[in-house]
Design a protein around this ligand. Structure first.
Ligand code: IMP
Ligand code: MG
Length: 191
């Protein structure tokens, strides 16, 4: 198996910076929801998992967690097409609850926008978004995001939950892919 060092162009966000910023987000959320009695964090699988598990440890008030999996049509392309299909829905009713949607990254905004529409139709008491990364330049549809870990420029990133062709989610940092080198490594593999 190829090693990520061969196509890592830079470490964009180190393990230490992630930890620091996620603790800040946790503190902020703990303050903002101090009076909530039914907070639930909804994690979008699979990219948001690492972020969720660190964020929930940084949140000092009681809360539940739930998972949801969505697939955007025409995967293969890296920006989503605008249509999503729910492949795993919540196991709980969010009616009248305070909901925070936890995302790894917002790119075009289509995935988020569809999920928000679905969730708000279930009439939660409140609904906000917390994303680790925000590729704000790429937005095609406007979405309000209350909590942002790091705004980033338009580069393809991997690690800390984000995958590169389904691998490398386990890396403890967020790295930038050198797309040329990555293509080379992949083509050698297929020879
Ligand atoms: P959107 O619907 O275009 O906002 O796409 C968001 C989804 O695209 C994220 O949840 C990720 O799964 C994926 N994505 C977008 N940019 C990246 C990236 O740089 N690395 C890994 N996944 C990404
Ligand atoms: Mg995702």
């Amino acid at each position: 198996m190829e090693k990520y060092q061969e196509f890592l162009s830079e470490i964009l966000i180190s393990e230490e910076s992630l930890k620091r910023r996620i603790n800040e987000l946790g503190e902020q959320i703990s303050k903002d929801y101090a009076n909530s009695s039914n907070l639930v964090l909804i994690c979008i699988l699979r990219g948001g998992v690492m972020f969720l598990t660190d964020l929930m440890r940084a949140i000092k008030i009681p809360h539940a967690i739930e998972f949801m999996a969505v697939e955007s049509y025409g995967s293969g392309s890296r920006a989503s097409s605008g249509q999503v299909r729910i492949s795993h829905d919540l196991n709980t009713d969010i009616h009248d609850r305070d909901v925070i949607l936890v995302e790894d990254i917002i790119d075009s905004g289509h995935t988020l926008s569809s999920v928000l529409e679905l969730l708000s139709s279930r009439k939660p008491r409140s609904l906000q978004v917390c994303t680790l990364l925000d590729k704000f330049e790429r937005r095609e549809i406007e979405v309000f995001v209350k909590y942002v870990g790091f705004p980033i420029l338009n580069k393809f990133v991997f690690g800390y939950g984000l995958d590169l062709d389904d691998l490398y989610r386990n890396l403890p940092f967020v790295g930038v892919v050198d797309e040329e080198k990555y293509k080379l490594v992949k083509s050698k593999q297929n020879e």
